[in-house]
Write a protein that binds this ligand. Sequence first.
Ligand SMILES: [Zn+2]
Length: 392
Amino acid sequence: MAYYFHRATSVAILANLLMVPLLQLLMPAAVLAIGLSYVSLWLAKIPAAVAGFALSGISQTVHWLGGMNIADVRVPTPGLPVLTASGILILIAILMTRRSKFCTAVGVALLCFSAVGVWEIRPHQRLRPGVLEVTAIDVGQGDSLFLGFPDGKTILIDGGGLSFWMHSQMDLGEDVVSPYLWSRGIVRLDAVALTHAHQDHMGGLPAIIANFHPRELWLPEGILPDEIPDLLRIAQRYGVKVIHHQAGDIFDYGRATIRVLAPDPQIPVRLSHRNDESMVMKITYGNTSALLEADAEKGTEKLVSTEQPAADLLKIAHHGSASSTNADLLAVVHPKFAVISVGARNVYHHPRIQVLERLQQAGAVTYRTDINGASTFYLDGSVVIPRMPDLR
Ligand SMILES: [Zn+2]
């Protein structure tokens, strides 16, 4: 809340300084122009020109402020001490207004001090140390997974997104995922990954890169630059290192091990099955692991099945579509927990009843973002502990 407050405050102070004098000029000039127009149209042109000047000044100021980065300063939700101190300073500033010029100047200084404090004193990342966290953020019909690693590193896999036919101005990266990450005290991500070039996974990522300046952007090998122009442009703008991953890649990350199981560039994907271009990863910490399937379908699941994919937690593929989460895959993964990222009352009728039945038969305890909201799992190296979201 403080983030929005300070953002609004800084813009409001500037807007007041620049626009109030213009507004004071606009109203009398406009009234005078209307009054004089009854006497002489020629005379009315003078105050009308002044009113026009004031109006264009106001409009240009709005455009200028809107384009300035100062109108776009982002800070995470501050800790309670900073929030309290900032609130007290704002209260004192309000009390000092209009007492004397000196008091007003002190009040403005206190407001600035409070804003700088919120900007500079960053809260600690709210992560459990020494565990691997996997959180499916509730982005409706789409995917966005937050990963916190045992050493404190953070990754976001996919950023949600709305399909173009929804005709919505909402940016899930800006309006849902970013506020969630700020609420966790996260100001910078170590990496952002896009599993495949579908809007419900990539739509929110440009805003995430702009807000959290990740060091790396992971993409599946073979992804076409033409399909992700916004993402590549913004990655270049913020100097984000782009890394392509493919089946067979294996590396240590944040005291865990990441194994990429798909895509395999040697296996061509049919145009009708582009979900099979998905980057599938298995992340292992100690004796616990999570298999993150993105939107993989039958073809990719067949490939993944042969790559020792056994995992305690399975991020269900393609929002619970019947073409994924096949019985053969479940037999080799043998998950204790499953999580489905899916929108409530979606038009695709995901998750399909067949998938839920297969999961039940496989003995996996299943969580759904449409019912449970953001669903978090802690992998501590020995066991997986699911955490239900707080009810508010
Ligand atoms: Zn999807």
